[in-house]
Design a protein around this ligand. Structure first.
Ligand SMILES: *[C@@H]1O[C@H](CO)[C@@H](O)[C@H](O)[C@H]1NC(C)=O
Ligand SMILES: *[C@@H]1O[C@H](CO)[C@@H](O)[C@H](O)[C@H]1NC(C)=O
Length: 460
């Protein structure tokens, strides 16, 4: 079930965080060094997500252009978390943790004990069997951080190269076709590790014929390697230092640790078969959780006073700082709503977790529209003290100009030909959007007329 799947993905993050080899911040943990039974469970979890239609290509923005990612994705993680990349905010399908009510301290302690136990077990295992394929220099001790890392999301990726017509060639080293181009990761805690479980379907590792002595030209070797999924690394801003392409057998894990993300770029090179990866991360952005944005909404709405008898509304404070703060929040909340609906009905389809909070957020945002209208009334009121009026008009004008621009950008993104090409259940919703006649809405969607009015006040 989906619930079980997300649970195993959550748990995997903790179990997998050991390694026995390292290459300057890049560490590989081979499939055979993972606990028995884990592969089957993780792989079936990934397949479940795929079968349930949870993995979708994102319509992202790169340098003001809309593009589909080659890879299909889903974000699984702590409830209420989001992760932003390429102007796209992904919302987590919540993972289910055992003993959620335990304190963090307990969990860390437990994890440490579990880790020590597994390290012992692992040492025993390691002395026995060897792994079949060659690996980077081994025996580097696991970094100290291992026991303390708490991943809060995993970005799950899926791509079937046979279904892709045009994958870009890796441009600098001739490494082959890229599923994901050269990039740095965004929005992670500095120096935090990324742990990746790689699963290529059709058991590439087992079917590979054993190398015969003296057989296989160099060319064949290269071909064989390109059939494998690989992670590519290069030094940032440098194409002279040779790049590194690390072949990944199905079930292998790799880790990017220390400041590898900062000093290097990485890419993902497509093999011949379909492949999943589960990329566990420690996300930085404290402005990316539902908790955070809900608090912001409450902060803004605190300034709205409703007269209990006349049910009229007014602004409590007209201090410039307060007004500025509220209008900023207004724009921020609008971005959340737009991001959510831009991704169509996908969240409502996979899990109902976000439905209620997003409804509430939209209600709050409507109240903020009311607050902007109240501010506009004050600014346009001849009886308002002239000096204050100017200052308020200035704040309002800046906020409205920003807002108008974002509204236009989001409408354009929704109406792009790529967006229109999506099937109805995946197509973006142009929401919030309303017509000028909407009796529910205090202000129009198109703000240009109001912007002109406020501008002319400032020119007087
Ligand atoms: C990754 O590296 C890039 C380039 O140095 C940097 O801009 C970005 O903030 C880094 N991301 C994290 C999460 O450290
Ligand atoms: C994710 O987890 C890390 C480590 O526990 C924490 O420092 C970070 O603040 C968390 N991210 C968010 C958005 O809360």
């Amino acid at each position: 079930s989906l619930r079980e799947s997300t649970y195993f993905l959550a748990k995997t993050a903790h179990i997998l965080f050991f390694w026995d080899s390292s290459y300057a911040g890049l560490a590989l943990r081979q499939s055979c060094a993972l606990p028995d039974g884990l592969h089957e469970r993780v792989q079936s979890a990934l397949i479940t997500l795929q079968r349930r239609g949870c993995l979708l290509r994102d319509l992202v923005r790169i340098r003001d252009r809309d593009v589909f990612t080659a890879v299909s994705r889903a974000l699984v993680g702590k409830p209420g978390y989001t992760y932003r990349y390429l102007d796209t905010r992904l919302f987590t399908i919540p993972w289910h943790c055992e003993g959620e009510e335990q304190s963090v301290k307990d969990r860390l302690l437990e994890k440490k004990q579990k880790q020590e136990k597994e390290e012992e077990e692992e040492e025993e295992e390691d002395s026995g069997q060897g792994c079949s394929h060659s690996s980077p220099p081994s025996s580097a001790p696991p970094p100290d951080v291992a026991g303390l890392v708490e991943f809060n999301v995993t970005l799950i990726n899926y791509m079937d190269p046979t279904a892709m017509t045009q994958l870009k060639e890796e441009p600098y080293y001739g490494m082959g076709k890229m599923a994901v181009g050269w990039h740095h990761d965004e929005n992670l805690v500095p120096l935090s590790p990324v742990a990746v479980y790689s699963y290529s379907c059709e058991g590439t590792s087992k079917e590979e014929p054993k190398k015969e002595e003296g057989e296989g030209s160099e060319k064949e070797e290269v071909q064989k390697e390109k059939a494998c999924w690989r992670v590519g690394l290069k030094v940032a801003w440098d194409i002279h230092t040779p790049g590194l392409a690390l072949p990944l057998q199905s079930g292998d894990c790799y880790y990017m640790t220390d400041d590898l993300n900062r000093t290097h770029q990485h890419c993902v090179l497509a093999g011949d078969t379909a492949r999943f990866s589960s990329t566990h991360r420690v996300v930085q952005c404290c402005t990316g959780t539902l908790d955070y944005i809900q608090k912001r909404c409450s902060e803004a709405l605190e300034n709205l006073h409703t007269d209990p008898e006349k049910t009229t509304k007014s602004l409590k404070s007209l201090l410039p700082n307060t007004l500025q703060h509220i209008e900023d929040i207004h724009n921020e909340v609008f971005e959340w709503l737009r991001q959510y609906w831009f991704q169509g009905r996908r969240y409502a389809r996979f899990c109902s977790w976000w439905t209620k909070p997003m409804e509430q957020m939209e209600k709050d945002w409507k109240e903020m529209e009311r607050m902007t209208q109240l501010l506009l009334d004050v600014v346009e009121d001849e009886n308002t003290v002239q000096e204050n009026r100017r200052e308020m008009a200035d704040i309002l004008l800046n906020a409205l100009t920003d807002r108008q621009q974002h509204r236009q950008t989001w409408r354009d993104r929704c109406q792009s030909s790529l967006a229109q090409s999506l099937p109805p259940e995946e197509a973006p919703f142009d929401r919030p959007y309303w017509s000028n006649e909407d009796p529910d809405m205090p202000l129009p969607f198109d703000l240009s007329e109001i912007i002109n009015r406020v501008e002319s006040l400032l020119w007087r």
